[in-house]
Design a protein around this ligand. Structure first.
Ligand code: PEP
Ligand code: MG
Length: 709
């Protein structure tokens, strides 16, 4: 027994269930009875209810004339417990009485071991029965109906993270699997399909050949979105839990394993190597987004089923929770799904994700290609005008001439730029109209463009050629633009509100599209509450400048349409500086949403796209207890959140505060959000039920709020 404490299975078990800090195991030594003393003796294991379905029916197995070891060793096949009634009716009756007593006493399913020695029943052990999530939900709801437990106990009994199992397909636990690598469990689910190495092949194979595919990439970028959409699952070798692949896959409810560093992907030969094996394009693999496992071949899956008990449990959770639950959704389809799963609004609509749909990428690229020229020429014009104002007579002519010339040069890129924005405006407006309609009556937080512009341009040559062809420019020109937009640290570069400051026309177009859409749907009787959100704010001045632009445009649109919209302008808190000066920002910002993906990145100085290469080792060595991109680091990042809330509410006491980083769907983080007095958490659609339950559990703990609310 002592030796077994350290066998690999026991170690793995403790790792999986996060059982830490124990000294060892204790052992009871006691006299035993014998189940192998002839045909009036037996041994068995039983559950007071079915642990796999939750059905309230006595469940178990026994063996006549055997010891416990014989049941475990599987040499003989045990019989179902019901047969014991025929074999030994008196003993069976006694066993049923005892199991009822035990379940009534512990008020939970019991896993019981017994031995019968010459017609005499001995109860050896009882413990809480392990059960599937499906069974756990049914048992909790049944026990409330039977008056055995109350609703609060039922809510506390279910592990919110395990609800994933009910919402996504899972691998058949009986199936054989050959695990070849393990990455980060980035988006739950089970997927099987043929390996493809680029988005184009994914689309070709999935749409034309109707194949199930798994998209394998070193990392994904926005240009892979189409391929990701049609793939059964996504596997990347780089990137952490908040990398592009992870975030997008979670939003789509698609299975994803990220940061699987042991895979050596070679795009040229269309293969990946792992553990001495070579997997080629077209080979079958299976990936488990809940464990991070990558397996060879096709592993059979089981589809999810949602029961009425699940809805009942969710309703009880809603009755007690204080936090509102919103969703991160960028499409009307995701918004609808999230609403079905109980979302009470959108906490983050990443508008850049809309830039890739329905042929609009061409207009986006046209906008990006012309924007820097427009900006540079405008700067030149401003400088020349300044010079002209103070120029001496003999210099004036030369400056004037140059000014005319520069203004002429501006015409072409300016035309391209404004025509691209003009094309994008109705498309964005339509997106917002659809999302507002799907969320009728609920708030919708829309974030202005955030990623650095180069992300919208193709990085690989074959895609660049394609773009050159489509835009009727040379490959060289495309490559020059891509090179010009290259940044050494794009995550710290020209992104977020910095784009709004330097290219105000982009944010203006987005503001116009949002308010016009709001007016249009309001006219149809839809209740619309847009919340416009500015990303990567670090100074009060940045926020003020951009907020004023939004208000001006909104005023203009509302006047033209003759409709008033109740809208707000708020900010994301994603940078340590923003949290530290939150009192100043809150003077102008009507709401805060903590973008804890970036806030974690900026607090640790860990690139969120590169953590796959070292965070697993940090976790193994105990340097980090949890991946800070999954569970909020309360000590550091969390402190900034608390400071941000406290300071924000010091100048705006009613400030609405939420979280929209990936942490928003993590139960431990949700408890933290509840404790610091947030108003809502926002997470991907499929995590909404998890968040509802976790928020209810947080309420039931009734902790003292540490932030001054
Ligand atoms: C964040 O930084 O937490 C966030 C939600 O924004 P994004 O992930 O799009 O950077
Ligand atoms: Mg961010």
């Amino acid at each position: 027994m002592f030796a077994s404490w350290n066998n690999p299975r026991a170690v793995k078990y403790r790792q999986l269930y996060e059982i830490k800090g124990l000294l060892g195991t204790a052992v009871n030594i006691q006299a035993m009875v014998f189940g192998n003393m002839g045909n009036h003796s037996a041994t068995g294991v039983c559950f007071t209810r079915n642990p796999s379905t939750g059905e309230n029916k006595f469940y178990g197995e026994f063996l006549i004339n055997a010891q416990g070891e014989d049941v475990v060793a599987g040499i003989r096949t045990p019989e179902p417990i019901a047969h014991l009634e025929k074999e030994m009716p008196e003993v069976y009756k006694q066993l049923v009485t005892y199991k009822n007593t035990l379940e009534n006493h512990f008020k939970d399913v019991q896993d019981i071991e017994f031995t019968i020695q010459e017609n005499r029943l001995f109860m050896l052990q009882t413990r809480t029965g392990k059960r599937t999530t499906q069974a756990a939900v049914r048992i909790a709801v049944d026990m409330v109906k039977e008056g055995l437990i109350d609703k609060k106990t039922a809510i506390a009994r279910i592990n919110p993270s395990e609800l994933d199992q009910l919402l996504h397909p899972t691998f058949d636990p009986k199936a054989k699997k050959q695990v070849i690598a393990t990455g980060l469990p980035a988006s739950p689910g089970a997927a099987t399909g043929r390996v493809v190495f680029n988005a184009e092949d994914a689309e070709k194979w999935a749409l034309d050949k109707k194949e199930k595919v798994i998209l394998v990439r070193k990392e994904t970028s926005p240009e892979d979105i189409g391929g990701m959409h049609v793939s059964r699952g996504i596997l990347t070798t780089r990137g952490g839990m908040t990398s592009h692949a992870a975030v997008v896959a979670r939003g789509m409810g698609k299975c994803c394993v990220a940061g699987c560093g042991s895979l050596q992907v070679d795009y040229k030969s269309q293969t990946f190597k792992v553990d001495g094996k070579v997997i080629k394009k077209g080979d079958y693999i299976s990936i488990d987004g809940s464990t991070g496992e990558v397996m060879l071949g096709m592993v059979p899956t089981i589809e999810p089923r949602l029961s009425g008990d699940f809805a009942t449990l969710m309703q009880w959770a809603d009755e007690v929770r204080k936090l509102k639950i919103r969703t991160n959704a960028d499409t009307p389809m995701d918004a609808k799904k999230a609403r079905e799963l109980g979302a009470e609004g959108i906490g983050l609509c990443r508008t850049e994700h809309m830039f890739f749909g329905e042929n609009r990428i061409d207009s986006v690229r046209q906008m990006i290609l012309s924007a820097p020229d427009v900006k540079n020429l405008k700067i030149k014009i401003a400088a020349l005008e300044k010079e002209l104002a103070k120029a001496t007579h003999n210099k004036t002519d030369a400056v004037k001439k140059e000014l005319i010339q520069v203004k002429k040069e501006l015409k072409e890129p300016l035309n391209l730029y404004t025509s691209a924005l003009k094309k994008l405006l109705p498309m964005q407006r339509r997106d917002f109209e659809q999302i507002f309609t799907a969320m009728d009556g609920l708030p919708v937080t829309i974030r202005f463009l955030d990623p650095p512009l180069h992300e919208f341009l193709p990085q690989e040559e074959y895609n660049q050629k394609e773009m050159a062809k489509q835009m009727k420019i040379s490959l060289k020109e495309v490559q020059e633009k891509v090179a010009a937009l290259h940044e050494l640290n794009p995550m710290l570069g020209h992104r977020g509100c910095r784009l709004g400051v330097t290219y105000p026309e982009i944010y203006d177009m987005q503001a116009q599209a949002i308010i016009e859409a709001a007016c249009n749907v309001k006219k149809k009787g839809i209740a619309v509450y847009p919340e416009i959100m500015l990303p990567i704010i670090s100074t009060e001045q940045e926020f003020n400048l951009l907020k004023d632009n939004v208000h001006n445009i909104a005023k203009d649109v509302m006047q033209k349409k003759g409709i008033q919209i109740e809208y707000m302008v708020g900010t994301m808190i994603e940078l340590p500086r923003a949290a530290l000066i939150a009192d100043k920002i809150a003077k102008h910002a009507e709401f805060f949403s903590f973008g804890t993906n970036d806030l974690t990145q900026m607090t640790f100085g860990f690139s969120r796209d590169d953590v796959g290469s070292f965070v697993p080792e940090y976790l193994e060595k105990g340097i980090l207890e949890k991946d800070p991109f999954q569970v909020i680091d309360q000590e550091g990042t969390g402190q900034l959140v608390e400071i941000g809330i406290k300071k924000g509410r010091s100048t705006r006491p009613q400030l609405k505060v939420g979280i929209c980083g990936e942490h928003g769907g993590n139960p431990q983080t949700i408890l933290f959000c509840h404790n610091v007095g947030m108003n809502y958490v926002s997470c991907s659609p499929f995590r909404v039920p998890i968040a509802r339950l976790a928020a209810a559990q947080a309420s039931l703990q009734q902790p003292i709020s540490r932030a001054t609310v």
